[in-house]
Design a protein around this ligand. Structure first.
Ligand SMILES: N[C@@H](CCC(=O)N[C@@H](CS)C(=O)NCC(=O)O)C(=O)O
Length: 193
């Protein structure tokens, strides 16, 4: 398997989750500005959308979109999904919320004119704030870390780097997730690759 990534962008969530699942895979760096792949070639030939992540399976099938890749991993490593009858749907519900209401606002914020940035930041903080109670003492679905945590971690960490005033529980949450061995390993691999 090959995961196309850009260092510390949203593909980090997939990288972390695949390590947590114990998968064996290669990571291939994409330059998001030039759309060139490490070692040569146009990334558009792998993923015409031009953004990361992309997962290429061993049989050559191509899977894109964080929600799809993270759900695919959880389906193969059920200990990563929330338990209960609705567990899989709770995961998709959370991943969709993070993708559409939280993640999407970060590139919007970065490209927005100065007078519009406060509006985008306010909406970002409102939506991520809805998850603050859930992450206060553990992870999104209790004591067990999962794909939605990997995704939320990358978004919260990105917002903290932009100096957004995140609700208090997020400082502990970011530190808690970042301390996990697989997260340290993913960060090391992305920095060194
Ligand atoms: N809908 C996609 C969005 C992914 C996305 O926004 N990726 C960003 C990095 S976090 C990217 O590759 N941006 C490069 C670009 O838009 O040119 C998903 O959720 O997987």
């Amino acid at each position: 398997m090959k995961l196309y990534y850009a260092p510390e962008f949203s593909s980090l969530a997939d990288h972390i989750t695949m390590l947590e699942a114990g998968f064996k895979f290669h990571i291939i760096r994409v330059d998001l500005k030039t759309k060139e792949i490490e070692g040569g070639g146009s990334y558009f030939e792998i993923n015409p959308k031009g953004y990361v992540p992309t997962l290429v399976l061993d049989d050559g099938q191509v899977l894109t979109e964080n929600v799809a890749i993270l759900t695919w991993v959880a389906d193969r490593e059920p200990t990563l999904a929330p338990s209960g009858d609705l567990g899989r749907y709770r995961l998709v519900e959370m991943l969709s919320f993070i993708a559409t209401e939280i993640h999407k606002r970060l590139p919007l914020y970065l490209s927005a004119p100065e007078d519009f940035k406060p509006h985008v930041r306010k909406d970002f903080l409102r939506f991520i704030g809805l998850l603050a109670d859930r992450v206060e003492n553990g992870y999104l679905f209790g004591d067990t870390f999962g794909p939605a945590d990997a995704y939320l971690f990358v978004m919260a960490r990105g917002a903290a780097q932009l100096e957004f005033a995140l609700p208090a529980p997020f400082a502990g949450y970011i530190a808690r997730v970042e301390a996990r061995p697989c997260v340290q390993e993913a960060l090391r691999r992305e920095r060194e690759n």
